[in-house]
Structure formats: C-alpha cells, structure tokens
Design a protein around this ligand. Sequence first.
Ligand code: HEC
Ligand code: HEC
Length: 327
Amino acid sequence: MKIVPGVLLAMVAVSFGPMIGSKASGASASPPVWAYGTDPNAVAHNATTQVDTGAKHLPGSTLEFTEAQIQDHFGPADWYPSDHPAMPKVVAQGRKPAIWACALCHYPNGKGKPENAGVSGFPVSYFVEQMHEFRDGQRRSADPRKKNTALMSTFAKAMTEQEIQEAAEYFGAVKWTPWITVKETDTVPKTHTSVGMYMPIPGGGTEPIGQRIIEVPADPEGTEELRNPHSGFIAYVPIRSVERGKQLVTTGSKTSACGLCHGADLKGLGPVPGIAGRSPSYLVRQLYDMQQGTRHGTWTELMKSVVKGLSQEDMLDIAAYTSSLRP
Ligand code: HEC
Ligand code: HEC
C-alpha cells in the first residue's frame, strides 16, 4: 500500500477518533521566545570586531583553517571529510549569488545547531517536500523576527530540482546519531543569544530555568568560533519535564500517541521524519509553527489535530522527552 496523507489520517482516525477535532486548550498567541532565540533583551552586544587571521585547529583533524575560511558562506571549513560521503556542490559551496552552502549552518554532517535544524537521517521524500514548502511559503516562522527561517526560503527558491534532490540524498545517507544531552535542572547559566543561539555568559552566574529549555553548546567557543561538527549541545530542561513528556508522547492521553506515525521508537517511519534525539528548541518551534499555521504543507495536515490542544508547557515537556531519547 502506498501511504499518502489521506490513508495515514484514516488509519489514525480509526484509532484516535475522539481526539481528532478535539477542542484546543489554548496555547498563548505569543511565541515561546526561548525556542526561537528572539528575545530582544538577550542579544549579545559584546561582539568583537577584531579580525583573527591565525590558523585554527581541532582535535582529530589534520586540517587548519582561518576564521574567515570557517565562516565562508560559499565553502566553509570541512574539518572531518572522512566522516561523511563526498558532498554535492550545493551542500559544500552553495551557488552564488543566492544559495549559501548548506554545510555552513547545518554542518557537513547535517547535525546543525538549535537555531537552525538537524537535517541528516531523514527520508529523502520528506526532505524534498520541506524544500518545496520553504520555497512555496508554506514554512514560515511564527516569529517574524526569526530571520534565518526566511533565509531558508530564499535558498529553496533559488535551488534547482536537481540540487534539492542531491542535497536530500546526501543528508539522507548520513545517519542521525546522539548530539544532544538533556539535563534536568532548576538553574541554568545566564545566557545571551548570538545570532539566535544561546551562549553562556562567561562568569555570568546562574538563574532559575523557569518554563524554558535552554540549549547551549557543550563547548561554546568550539561551536561559535570553530564550528566544530563533533561538539554537540546540552539542553537544560525543567525538573520532571522528561517524565511529563513521556506521558504525553506515549499514552496519547491528551493528543495522538506520536509513535503511531513517527515509529514506536520515534526514529521515523516510512515518509514520516524521526524526532528522537533532535534539538528540543527546534522541535518546539515546529510544534508551535504548525499550531499557528505558519507551517502548513501537504503532510503537515497530519500534525494539525496533534498540536491543536497542546499548551506551550506540553510542547516543552514533549520536546524534553523526545530529545532525551537515543536516536
Ligand atoms: C543561514 C543558515 C542556513 C543555511 C545556509 C541553510 N539552512 Fe536549512 N535551515 C536553516 C534554519 C534556520 C532552519 C530551521 C527553520 C526554523 O526552525 O524555523 C532550516 C531548516 C532546514 C530544513 C528542515 C529540516 C526539518 O527537520 O524539517 C531542511 C531540509 C534544510 N534546512 C535544508 C537546507 C539545505 C538543503 C541547505 C543548502 C542549500 C540549507 N538548508 C542551508 C538555516 C539554514
Ligand atoms: C497522524 C500521524 C502523526 C502523528 C500521530 C504525529 N505526527 Fe508528527 N508528523 C507527522 C508527519 C506526516 C510529519 C511531517 C509533516 C510535514 O511534512 O510538514 C510530522 C512532523 C512532525 C514534526 C516536525 C519534524 C521536523 O523535523 O521538522 C514534529 C516536531 C512532530 N511531528 C512531532 C510530533 C509529536 C510530538 C507527536 C505526538 C504528540 C506527533 N508528531 C504525532 C505525522 C504525525
């Protein structure tokens, strides 16, 4: 049987009839800024303007790059070329003038960062569909201050079908492996945002976590300055959020059980993407965008009833749990 959205929806309607079309419990209309990295009060103001031209190194790599090379929008550093298959041109270099190298933001291994997305290990058809939806305006951020989502659309608009296919096949062939460490806590390091990514303020002390997930690089300098694709992230989540999320995800008490479509282990099923062990900030943005309708592609229909009744706390708990799973 070829699974198309209609068929899947029918399957779900049978098992979760009462849930579909259930009343929204009213998530607030203002986006959770911690997930979007758009809190205007958190923007870092201490960026240095000094140009560092020295050669940089990373453990386990024989290569060296300058900061300018590391951040080259049309050919960023590839520290560990033997980690991954040969990159198609559009992934490694983009195409001037409008398409930046995918590897710049998503890294050559597709791991990505919380302010963008992990893009490896997805079904090719899902990846291609997303590019079409960015292109056609069906994937916009619910927070218009999130400029890099709009950038994704300009890249998708400029890409040929062949480039989209090549990028999808390349990243689809790279496995999604553990990248995020989830830690439950009451307090988090004080942070600021640097182009949408949370960075601990050196010597800044701590503050209560509140109703937030704060995702910071395990090695802040290695991530920000060197774009080290071997160094992942720590996601600080509120105490007991993982257990609450597990209830929501596995029992289907408030919404459909996610495993029905995403696979029992949430690693993906057929054309449905995996959500295990991925960035919780990214996931919450998607749930919220889908609830607000700014993300509304063909297959997104299937998520409509799932997100409808979720509060922002529910989304946080769900993401804390799914991110804690080993992919
Ligand atoms: C400027 C940084 C940047 C570059 C360069 C970039 N992206 Fe993205 N990409 C993003 C952001 C930001 C998101 C997530 C948007 C959000 O959360 O709203 C994203 C999301 C995606 C997604 C969706 C992943 C999912 O789980 O649905 C795909 C697919 C993707 N990008 C592919 C690409 C490809 C292919 C290229 C190269 C042509 C590329 N990106 C270049 C920033 C970037
Ligand atoms: C009826 C099937 C179905 C159920 C049940 C379902 N999903 Fe989905 N989900 C999908 C499909 C299909 C997509 C791809 C949507 C698209 O193409 O835009 C998706 C996409 C997503 C995404 C975006 C992934 C990305 O990389 O951008 C997230 C996050 C997500 N689902 C979370 C959940 C959670 C959490 C649950 C349970 C509370 C859940 N889903 C239940 C079918 C489902």
